[in-house]
Design a protein. Sequence first.
Length: 340
Amino acid sequence: MGPDFHQLARDFGDRSELVFWPEGSGVDWRDTHRTHRARVILGIQFGQQRASHEFLRFLMEQEVLRAELDPFQGLSEELTTVAWFLSEHRVPADCDLFLRAKGANFDCHCGFDAEFVVSCGVSRLSEYLEQSGGESREKLLEFLEERKFSEELVESWRARLAARFETPWEEHDIDYRYRRLVNAGLHELADEVLDEWRAQAPDTWEELVALRYEHMKRGFYAEAAGFSRRILELHLSSDKEVAERGELTEALTLAGDFSGAMDSLLDYHRDLKKIAGWWKVGYGREAARRAFLLAREDSPFAVQALQMGDAVMSKLTMCPPAIVELREEANFYCQCRKEA
């Protein structure tokens, strides 16, 4: 059973609760009103009611701002969804906003459909641009020239997306339903879907990795560690095995199982040497980071974990500032505990 979609679309009559509102910086950055918008967009999509063009454009503007300024970048399901419903109004002037969305960040550049820019129709957009004097006119003309859109291509794209966005809630994949509920802050319903997902998921690498990721994201670290252990029982390539050993180490650390985390860290750093050139790629950086995560904790293994992290860090060709800061923090706590 899903949420009351009609109610979700009506819950936030005050737009001040839907405006893009960033707080914090770095890992603490967040858009305070993201879940509010996600609920409304969920209600619009599945509540079988159409929102006005003006309201959809407002929501789209907030989602584009978020994509432009989010330090973690990303292409959210909400941005694509509200873009689709806005495109249904086929207003040529929306091409500027769609082009902004396409260039909002690297993930949007790669994943946001270029067809949104011409979703009003190729000929209608061309006529609009002939009469337009907007500052983005030249960019749009260049965009159209590069892409060589046709009416047939755009209508074929519209048909594909219509099938996707007109699919009833119950017919969507379980992982899709779960993510949308989490994004909307509907955690009780999300937990019900997660229980269903766990019960029916086959023991494949793809399914177990997805479940481990979602449990980590929600802070269910002990459960995430359980999925990592199940993944490690599969027949994995060396690089996947090392990567998963790292995931297990982090999950156990965050779950407070420091003894288990230390055992896993020892295996992790031993197996790391199986990866050719590990010191030049992300494997080494992640191995150092996870050692320092454990070293930061108040446990009997902190000093040993710090030493292991330092040993890996000394081999790296490049170490991001965030890992250097984490190492300094871990060392500080180790020194404080030593002097206590």
